[in-house]
Ligand binder design. Structure first.
Ligand code: CS2
Length: 488
């Protein structure tokens, strides 16, 4: 077996491998990042590496893994180094990333709190997925009954949740007199800065109202739009990267050439020169977030549910199956009137590019992976558009089909009678709603306020439309429904 990638190996890498462009040993830590999954490693970490290579600065990252020791176990023996394999039409490019300078697992969370309190730390960023915010997905309010939040209120010094860790870190920072900083969400939530501020502030208020006031005065919560498709790393990817590196890399990621990062420029204690690392710094991120969530992520979720049900393991298989691409276009047509298209964006070109990205056969992106946590994703991806269209008297039939596809999926059994591994924080809530006629089930699921709010179940005709799609999905199967819906 080849030796492991680490700092000592950095000067002996094959010539074709791109190196960090600075000496990782001499890079100080300026960012504490929560959630060190494949997406962070292929997106913010790479842009930050490019910014440091171009303009310098001690913007190394202390990466915190809240959920488990798997990522620390992979990264720590490699001194935080890992490879990003970008697979493009013109071939593969492998970059070794060296910005992660510390890797902190759940066993060392006291070190994460201390890292947030250090004066040299100027940004806390996070990619903890939608459910990591412990909020009611429909209203955005902190879920005070969430077991991790209950725990963090009882034991604020030993947090389990992302909001709990941020509050504990900020409390320590205030006590240390280290001043304010920016807390930057990089998750797929609209106005993710505002969303983060809401849960952090609500939790701080419970613990110490003076801390909440300090946060209001000292901490900025810039919003961001992030976009790069990064499937979970598969064992075959680790083998491919080992072949290219001549070294074993247990933390590598494989991704597409496309990457976009739009950042609201509010950083009271400074930031890396991300504009030199491929990011766009803007005053208003909201139009970018809506465009991305309501086009890319909305169609991704629809493709995930319908694609999985029709027997497609990967997005690239679903998108070329009969009817799927035209149906995606219909969903985008419904979403388009709700968008404020950002200046300089050509929507038709954006949509063409999205279809090409979905169809990239080198990206083995599982429909099952995207189908996960639907209860946390539907509101901002599909339901916001549906609500706006209903209010304006515009059609939303394709959106209703996407919702019905989610309902069919969470029934937990596929079209061949095999069980579906439904992963969702609300999975227990769906179980009792699995029986009965499609129309009854649709109405019952629409009655979950944490997903659909109090309004959607009551909108005249919407429950019926969803119920009718659900009935067709159960009678005819997803492939036939997609074909028919695309041709109608
Ligand atoms: C996907 C996203 O898993 C999902 O829900 O829709 O992770 C998607 O790949 C990214 O947002 C692309 O930027």
């Amino acid at each position: 077996m080849p030796p492991r990638l680490d700092l000592d190996q950095l000067s002996h890498l094959p010539a074709a491998v791109v190196r960090p462009g600075f000496d990782p040993r001499r890079l100080g830590i300026g960012i504490v990042h929560l959630g060190c999954g494949a997406f962070h490693r292929a997106h913010q970490a790479m842009h930050t590496q490019a910014a440091i290579a171009a303009r310098g600065g001690d913007w190394g990252i202390a990466a915190v893994s809240l959920r488990g020791e798997d990522v620390p176990r992979r990264l720590a023996p490699q001194d935080g180094l890992y490879g990003v394999l970008v697979r493009g039409p013109d071939g593969d490019a492998l970059t070794v990333v060296g910005v992660i300078r510390d890797v902190i697992g759940p066993a060392r969370l006291a070190d994460a709190i201390a890292a947030i309190a250090r004066p040299a730390t100027r940004i806390v960023s996070l990619t903890v997925t939608e459910k990591g915010y412990c909020r009611d997905a429909a209203s955005g309010v902190l879920e005070t009954a969430h077991p991790d939040i209950v725990h963090d209120i009882a034991e604020p010094g030993r947090p389990r949740s992302a909001p709990g860790l941020i509050v504990a870190g900020l409390a320590a920072r205030r006590a240390a007199g280290a001043g304010g900083l920016a807390v930057m969400s990089c998750d797929n939530l609209p106005e993710n800065g505002v969303a983060t501020a809401r849960v952090v502030r609500a939790l701080a208020e419970r613990q110490d109202p003076s801390l909440a006031a300090w946060i209001d005065a000292q901490v900025a919560f810039p919003s961001t739009m992030v976009d790069r498709i990064v499937p979970a790393t598969a064992p075959a990817d680790i083998e491919t990267v080992a072949g290219l590196l001549g070294l074993r890399d247990e933390a590598c990621v494989v991704t597409e050439p496309f990457s976009q990062w739009v950042i609201e420029d509010r950083f009271p204690a400074g930031r890396p020169a991300w504009e030199a690392g491929g990011a766009e710094l803007v005053a208003d991120v909201v139009p970018f977030e809506h465009m991305k969530l309501r086009l890319l992520n909305a169609s991704h979720s629809m493709l995930a549910y319908l694609g999985y049900l029709a027997g497609h393991e990967f997005v690239a298989q679903a998108i070329v199956a009969p009817g799927f691409a035209p149906l995606v276009e219909r969903l985008w047509d419904e979403a388009t009137p709700t968008l404020r298209v950002p200046a300089g964006v050509d929507l038709a070109a954006y949509r063409r590019r999205l279809l090409a990205r979905f169809g990239d056969p080198q990206l083995r992106h599982r429909t099952w992976q995207i189908a996960m946590d639907g209860s946390q994703k539907l509101p901002q991806r599909l339901l916001a558009t549906i609500r706006e269209n209903i209010a304006a008297g515009r059609p939303c039939a394709t959106g209703a089909l996407a919702v019905a596809a989610w309902m069919r999926y969470v029934r937990g059994v596929d079209e061949r009678g095999n069980p579906i591994d439904v992963r969702d924080p609300l999975a227990e809530t769906f179980v009792p709603l699995r029986a009965g006629e499609p129309s009854t089930r649709a109405a019952a699921l629409l009655g979950i306020p944490a997903i659909f709010g109090a309004d959607l179940a009551k909108v005249a005709g919407f429950a019926e439309a969803v119920g009718a799609w659900l009935e067709r999905l159960e009678r005819d199967g997803a492939a036939a429904v997609v074909r028919a819906a695309a041709a109608a």
